[in-house]
Design a protein around this ligand. Structure first.
Ligand code: FAD
Length: 494
């Protein structure tokens, strides 16, 4: 893991005797946010130069399933074909709730109003979509089908706030290569429009004048120091900070409870955030950490109940597993169990590292085996079973179709322990920006010449509890585009 959490001091403009390279727009990072920014800036007529520390485009985006969260406006072609009419107001309400107490209303409105256009734009760039729908609870199906339920839309409390609708859109790619196809397609398009990528090019500091305005970047390209001038602006699209141990300790210390499973292609070291902090940028929601607990597949396990080490339930298990995982982290103690009966038990996936902790012919036996206080687990199951048999969950409001009385022995407790089971994670906090991508300082004023998008910024997904799969790539591609347009517009003649 990378080290260092201090802001990176900028290179003073007065010390730059000459520029080695120049462009209207200079983009740091060539993942989905950087590629989307490059396309829009180049399409607006700007000259575009991309600095990428790796030897090719992709970043963490290329590891992703490629799920993009889209809807509203009556529905995308896949939503309509599957019989869902997704109203913009429902989409917007869901996104507001998902964004948590500091949801950015302006950003959400813009995204909800424009998501159909954004889907069209993605297809125009060449991303293939099949318009097919897969019902049920899925994680990265890898079948090439398009539409899936990828969040908590049909789970409490979201399902009472907004009419449920599936909104995860996957490219037509078999296997888990959706993210790679997404970025490669966007990168090809950016380069066809004239964007110039420099690989093995690590941006190290911004170049700023005495007033704090950004004029360029200092970078090491193929081992040589270069000063790169940005006439319109620098766009930081360098990913998050999930690989920076010092930043995690400072901002998101809860990560120490998890096993070492960061979701990153290798360069999420917070360099983009720290460079911007060096010119006075504000970073927000730095403690928000997406994590998830893949306790399904098998889908039948959604009918189980999760309990903490006191034998108490704490969440409706039909919520998105990312939301479930955050509630697991909120429990006292690291021991979390999924209780199942014979009718719903299937071997958990190897990936999940969920192991069988206890098996018994009665819940009393399981309780004893787990060393819980007598009566605690047994009464939790009894209360659950009594209501589930009537299709009700008055405590946590799980929807009826996932309710089942756990009364068919043998019974089992599956260990989903924090620090042991697979809780992969990445950071959601980042630079405070306007929807235009303009970076804001700690005084809330715009920093001239500086833009950010993707996980370097704190965008649409800013509350781990509300995260739905597809929100990060939706944010990266949509707000990456806006940042590209803004920086191009700020270039001379732009
Ligand atoms: C297995 C997996 C599956 C996922 N599935 C989904 C999904 O289906 N849907 C979804 O929405 N999200 C998904 N995510 C999350 C999502 O992939 C990321 O949040 C998103 O791709 C981040 O994109 P980005 O453009 O901000 O960063 P990246 O794609 O990581 O791009 C940043 C680029 O910047 C480069 N860089 C970093 N520092 C520097 C520097 N100093 N100088 C130059 N270059 C630099 C990096 O090398 C990288 O190429 C998944 C993640 C993983 C790992």
């Amino acid at each position: 893991m990378a080290a260092g959490n201090a802001p990176t001091r900028p290179v003073p403009l007065r010390e730059v005797a000459h520029w080695d390279l120049e462009a209207d727009v200079v983009i740091v990072g060539y993942g989905s946010a950087g590629a989307s920014a490059a396309i829009e800036a180049a399409a607006a007529g700007a000259s575009v130069l991309i600095l990428e520390v790796a030897s090719g485009s992709g970043g963490t985006s290329a590891m992703a399933g490629g799920d993009i969260y889209l809807g509203g406006g009556g529905g995308t072609p896949a939503q309509r074909r599957a019989g869902f009419e997704d109203r913009t107001e429902d989409f917007q309400r869901y996104m507001m709730l998902a964004g948590g107490p500091d949801a950015d209303a302006e950003r959400v409105r813009l995204y909800a109003d424009s998501a159909l256009d954004h889907f069209r734009w993605l297809t125009e760039q060449g991303i293939p979509y099949r318009d097919t729908y897969l019902p049920g609870k899925r994680m990265a199906p890898g079948t090439g089908d398009c539409l899936i339920w990828s969040g908590s839309e049909d789970a409490w409390p979201f399902n009472v706030e907004a009419r449920p609708c599936p909104r995860g859109h996957l490219p037509e790619v078999v296997g888990e290569m959706g993210g790679r196809v997404l970025v490669e397609t966007l990168a090809r398009r950016a380069e066809a429009l004239g964007a110039r990528p420099y690989f093995d090019a690590r941006a190290s500091a911004l170049v700023a004048d005495e007033a704090g305005a950004v004029h360029g970047v200092a970078a090491q390209i193929d081992g040589e120091w270069r000063r790169v001038r940005a006439r319109g602006g620098v766009i930081l699209c360098a990913g998050g900070f999930v690989l920076n141990a010092d930043m995690l300790r400072r901002y998101a210390p809860q990560v120490a409870r998890l096993a070492d499973d960061p979701l990153s292609a290798g360069y999420d070291d917070g360099s983009g955030i720290r460079m911007a902090q060096g010119v006075g940028a504000a970073a927000i929601h730095m403690d928000e950490l997406f994590t998830t607990l893949p306790f399904y597949p098998p889908e039948s396990h959604v009918k189980g109940i999760l309990v903490n080490e006191r034998g108490q339930r704490f969440i409706n298990e039909d919520a998105y597993p990312g939301r479930v995982a955050i509630h697991c982290l909120r429990q006292v103690g690291d021991r979390i169990y999924l209780l199942v009966d014979d009718a719903i038990f299937e071997q958990p996936t190897e990936l999940s590292r969920i192991e069988i902790a206890a098996v018994g012919g009665s819940w009393e036996e399981i309780e004893r085996e787990l060393g819980m206080v007598e009566g605690t687990l047994v009464s939790t199951v009894a209360v659950h079973n009594r209501h589930a048999a009537r299709g009700e969950d008055p405590l946590f409001h799980k929807t009826a179709k996932w309710l089942k009385s756990l009364d068919e022995p043998p019974f089992a407790a599956l260990a989903c322990h924090i620090g042991q089971a697979y809780y992969p994670f990445f950071t959601l906090g980042g630079l405070h920006t306007r929807p235009t991508g303009e970076v804001l300082g700690v005084d809330d004023a715009v920093i001239a010449g500086l833009y950010a998008a993707g996980r370097t910024a704190c965008g649409l997904p800013r509350s781990a509890e509300g995260y739905s799969s597809g929100m990060s790539l939706g944010d990266c591609t949509f707000f990456g585009r806006l940042a590209g347009r803004s920086a191009a517009g700020a270039a001379p003649g732009g």
